[in-house]
Design a protein around this ligand. Sequence first.
Ligand code: ADP
Ligand code: MG
Length: 576
Amino acid sequence: MTRIFNDPADFADEALAGFCDAHSDLVRQVEGGAIRRHRPAAPKVAVITGGGSGHYPAFAGIIGPGFADGAVVGNIFTSPSAQQAYSVAKAVESGAGVVFTYGNYAGDVLNFGMASERLASEGIQAENVLVTDDIASAPGSEAEKRRGIAGDFTVFKVMGAAAEAGLDLASVVRVGRKANSRTRTIGTAFSGCTFPGADRPLFRLPEGHMGLGLGIHGEPGLFDTELPTAVELGTELVRRVLEEAPTEHDGRLAVILNGLGSTKHEELFVLWRTVAPLLRDAGYTLVMPEVGELVTSLDMAGVSLTVTWLDQELEEFWTAPALTPAYRRGSTGFSAAPGVEERPDAVAAAATGYSATEDSRAYAGQCLAALEEAAALLRSAEPMLGGMDAIAGDGDHGRGMVRGSSAALEAARSALASGAGAGSLLTAGGDAWADKAGGTSGVLWGAGLRAFGERLGDEETPTAEVLSGAVRAFADRITGLGKAEIGDKTMVDALLPFVSSFSASVGSGTPVQDAWASAADAAAEAAAATSALRPLKGRARPLAEKSIGTPDPGATSLAMVFAAVGPHFTAVPATV
Ligand code: ADP
Ligand code: MG
């Protein structure tokens, strides 16, 4: 339960602002997140962590000497946008390149990946190190599909220390990937977490049960079992992580026993009393273990055990000093003495001038009406979409779609007021959608809308053929970025049937309104049919079994939106 908040929608932003104020000796808020307040004395690799909010001290809490240079801060449990990642990187980079490091979630991979491309196009080297420590989320044979949970902390820590020691970009990346490949976590959930403003947790477990294989976004555990004693629980966690021990190792382990937000430190210590001797009995030396809250999930009750098999290099970086708001170790020798240069605040983006024909401006009005319709529809569907996403995902799909479509609408309104044509209005809307929605669906919708707008341009009222090409461009961009195929149980399952039906009907001369309406029916039917599928992409994949019987939230929202916007987009000439 969250009791202290104003508007729940502002919770993450307000928490970030308060955090930056409270720790203003070390951090400063910038567009998209937070960075170290002071410039490094010489160029150094910038280690940027990130992800959604709700995991404190991950991720902004570990900014400071010896640890991260910056954190990109998304909304609760929602990937930050590519624009946010780009802007934090621009604020923090000092000439030696940047590395984004984050847990392996589709939305984060897309957004940080897009930011990296943009940085590279400006000559700033940008790399990505994904954390995949959660052994419950995929078998070892598919380790690259595993989620990142509390192992984030170990991987970020060694990368932060490596960058502080002056290693170059390739070496910091190498150290991070090595740490990740030797880090394993298993967790268990006792109760779900509750979004600010929500009146019930994202999931509930039967009394006296726990969910083994927790996620850190309120995803329930992968298997429900009866609540064991502390000794039984500790034994089970140790057994599961040690099953994954590499064949060769030095017998030295970094260990984290992590509380998820509302599990008391005393409970963690009781558990540690079982975990530590078992690890020692297995022949390990425990190096600087951490027992506490390092990667949380709002107010979730739960615990996870992370181990990293150290080698000499990893041990040096794991034990190196750090000075951050939430984590301090040893002495970094850093003091914010007068004369240590501060970073400037971020610079605001320049305003854009538009040139468009009268026809395109008139059609832009229809596009605005389409966005108004979509935003209103999504607002009323928010609880339904969120509930659908909570079954096997993280419950944020409704909120993400509302945030995205509302931001797109606002940007489109101001673009139209500044004289934008249809293409510019929709590209501005797409960029705002991607920036504000967060999440996997947000980046895909935003990029798709941008592609749709680019195809329409600012010159002519689109014909049915142009509209069909624009819808195809929307779909191509989404499949190009997300790599989902029909049957993966994503929005693509509704989108591709729409595209084929629409282009076939337009090709055979069906009036465009009818062509759109029957394509929207095909999309709705295909969205409903995803109910029977197992998700093969996105956050729902590890909980595939739970998802069977519920349609894909992204496919459902896409079908709804496409049906609603049809009449606005299709008020165009049938053919040229
Ligand atoms: P997140 O999964 O990051 O929490 P949302 O909850 O907003 O983002 O969106 C979830 C939806 O995103 C899924 O229901 C699915 O339709 C869609 N999705 C997930 N991964 C992909 C992908 N790779 N390609 C296309 N759509 C995807
Ligand atoms: Mg989601």
